[in-house]
Design a protein around this ligand. Structure first.
Ligand SMILES: Cc1cc2nc3c(=O)[nH]c(=O)nc-3n(C[C@H](O)[C@H](O)[C@H](O)COP(=O)(O)O)c2cc1C
Length: 437
C-alpha cells in the first residue's frame, strides 16, 4: 500500500526528532520513505514501515496537520504530502516515479549525506552575494528551475505559474519539450530568457524546426537531454496509474495515461504539448538508430544558441562534450528516472568537473532539497544546481505561490550556509568547505 500523505509527513517530522533514535530507525530508511518509493516488497522499507506501525496510536496522535498555506512551510518537504494529497494517483505517480525500485532517487539524496561542511568562523558575513551569471544574464541565486514535462497535470496554470514565479524571484528557468505551455508563452510570462530543453524527434527536419523556433522565441540555450535515449523502466508510475480509475480522454489517447516512457516523445498524443505541434512534415528526414556525438554536432550546426547536454555523469563524456564544442552540461540522471544506476549525481560531479577541465559550465541536479545540498554541489565545482520535484510539490500544492516559496526557502538556506561557512560569494565556495562525512 502506498503511504498516505499524513504518514509521509509524520515521517518527515520524525526524521528531525529525537524519536528517531528511540524507534531504532536509520535516517536513510526514513529518507527512502519520503522519496516516495516505499513498497512493501522492499525489505529495508518494510523494516522502517514496521517501526512506524510500532509507533501505533501515539504516532497517530502526533500526526501533524498538513500545511494549509505556502507561508506555513518550513522546508520544501512540507509541500510533498500536500501535493500527493492534491494530485490524482496517475499524476502523482508520474512525478514520484524513478526506475525499477526507485533506488537512484534514494541514492541522489544519500549522496549529499556523504559530504559534511567545514564551517569557518570570525569572517565578516554581514553581506552575502549568491548571484551567478549564465549566458550573460545575472541571477541572484544559482538555483535553477529544471525542465519538468506536463506541468498542467500538476496545476491548471502549469508552466505559466512557474514562469511567473521565476520572474518574481528571478531564477533561470528551463522549459521542457513536453511542456504544456509553448516556449513563446513561457518566455513572455518569464519576461526574460528561458532555456529550451530538447527531446529529439525521429524526423530530423522537425527537430531542426523545433530548435529554430526556440531560438526565434528568444531561448539563448538548447539543452539536449541525452539520458533517456535507451528508454526507462518506471514502475512506480505504472503502479500509481493502475490505481487511477478516471476516464482521461481530454488529455490522453484512449482515456488512460500512456504506459511507460521511451527516449522519444510520443507524437501520437501531443494535444497538450504545444512545442510539438505546427511543424512542416512534408520534408521528412527520418533517422534510424539513436543519437550519437555526430547528432550533437548536427544540433550545434543548426543553431547560434548555446548547446548544453543534460544527463552527463562521467569524466569521459564530459571530455567528449568539450571536444564537440558543447557549452555546458547538466550532471543529471533525470532525477533517478533514467537508468537505475544507484549512483548519486553529486558523486558523479567531481569526475565530470575533471573531464570538463574548466571548459564547460556545470549545473548539477538530482536530490537537491536543501540549501546545504546546493552548497555542497557548488563546493564540488558546479556553477548552479537544478531542482525538479521540489518546485512541482510547491506548484501542485499552492500554484505560483507554492513555487515561489520553494525557491525562497532554498535561497535562504543556501545563503545561511554560505554565511556559516564564511563564504560571501559563490566564487569563495571551494572544496575546502566540505569533507567526507
Ligand atoms: C515529473 C518529472 C518530469 C520531468 N521531465 C523532464 C523533461 O521533460 N525533460 C528533462 O530533460 N528532464 C525532465 N525531468 C528531470 C528534471 O529536469 C531533473 O533532472 C530532475 O527532476 C532532478 O531531480 P529532482 O527531481 O530530484 O530535483 C523530469 C523530472 C520529473 C520529476
Amino acid at each position: 500500500m502506498p503511504i498516505d500523505p499524513a504518514r509521509r509527513h509524520f515521517v518527515t517530522l520524525l526524521a528531525g526528532s529525537p524519536l528517531l533514535a528511540a524507534l531504532g530507525l536509520d535516517r536513510r530508511a526514513l529518507e527512502r520513505l519520503i522519496a516516495g518509493a516505499a513498497r512493501p516488497h522492499e525489505a529495508p522499507l518494510t523494516i522502517a514501515q514496521q517501526a512506524i506501525e510500532a509507533a501505533g496510536a501515539s504516532g497517530a496522535r502526533m500526526q501533524p496537520t498538513l500545511i494549509k498555506a505556502a507561508s506555513e512551510a518550513l522546508d520544501v518537504f512540507d509541500f510533498e504530502p500536500v501535493a500527493q494529497q492534491t494530485l490524482p494517483p496517475a499524476h502523482w505517480g508520474y512525478l514520484a516515479t524513478g526506475t525499477d525500485d526507485d533506488a537512484t532517487i534514494r541514492a541522489n539524496r544519500a549522496g549529499y549525506e556523504r559530504w559534511a561542511l567545514r564551517p569557518r568562523r570570525l569572517i565578516d558575513v554581514g553581506a552575502v552575494d549568491a548571484s551567478v551569471s549564465f549566458l550573460g544574464t545575472r541571477y541572484p541565486t544559482p538555483i535553477v528551475i529544471n525542465p519538468v514535462g506536463s506541468q498542467k497535470a500538476f496545476h491548471a496554470q502549469g508552466e505559466v505559474a512557474v514562469a511567473r514565479a521565476a520572474k518574481a524571484r528571478n531564477h533561470l528557468m528551463v522549459l521542457s519539450t513536453v511542456a504544456t505551455t509553448s516556449i513563446e508563452e513561457a518566455i513572455a510570462e518569464r519576461g526574460g530568457p528561458v532555456w529550451f530543453q530538447l527531446y529529439h524527434q525521429t524526423d530530423w527536419s522537425i527537430t531542426k524546426q523545433m530548435i529554430a523556433r526556440a531560438e526565434r522565441a528568444g531561448a539563448p540555450a538548447i539543452v539536449f537531454t541525452v539520458d533517456l535515449l535507451g528508454g526507462s523502466n518506471r514502475l512506480t508510475m505504472t503502479r500509481e496509474a493502475r490505481r487511477d480509475t478516471r476516464e482521461c480522454t481530454r488529455c490522453h489517447l484512449g482515456g488512460a495515461p500512456l504506459p511507460g516512457v521511451s527516449g522519444r516523445v510520443d507524437d501520437r498524443d501531443n494535444r497538450r504539448k504545444p512545442n510539438l505541434v505546427g511543424y512542416d512534415t512534408t520534408r521528412r528526414q527520418l533517422d534510424t538508430g539513436t543519437p550519437t556525438w555526430a547528432y550533437v554536432d548536427r544540433i550545434r550546426q543548426a543553431t547560434k544558441a548555446k548547446v548544453w547536454l543534460k544527463g552527463i555523469v562521467t569524466e569521459e563524456d564530459a571530455a567528449l562534450a568539450v571536444k564537440h564544442g558543447v557549452d555546458g552540461v547538466f550532471v543529471s540522471n533525470h532525477g533517478g528516472r533514467a537508468e537505475n544506476s544507484g549512483r548519486a549525481t553529486v558523486t558523479s560531479l567531481p569526475e565530470v568537473v575533471r573531464g570538463a577541465a574548466g571548459k564547460l559550465d556545470i549545473i548539477c541536479d538530482g536530490g537537491v532539497r536543501r540549501g546545504v545540498d546546493a552548497f555542497k554541489a557548488l563546493a564540488l565545482g558546479a556553477k548552479g544546481v537544478g531542482i525538479g520535484r521540489p518546485y512541482i510539490w510547491g506548484l501542485a500544492s499552492f500554484g505560483q505561490e507554492g513555487v515561489e516559496t520553494v525557491l525562497a526557502l532554498l535561497r535562504k538556506e543556501l545563503e545561511v550556509t554560505m554565511k556559516q561557512c564564511g563564504a560571501t560569494s559563490l566564487a569563495q565556495i571551494g572544496r575546502r568547505h566540505i569533507t567526507t562525512a
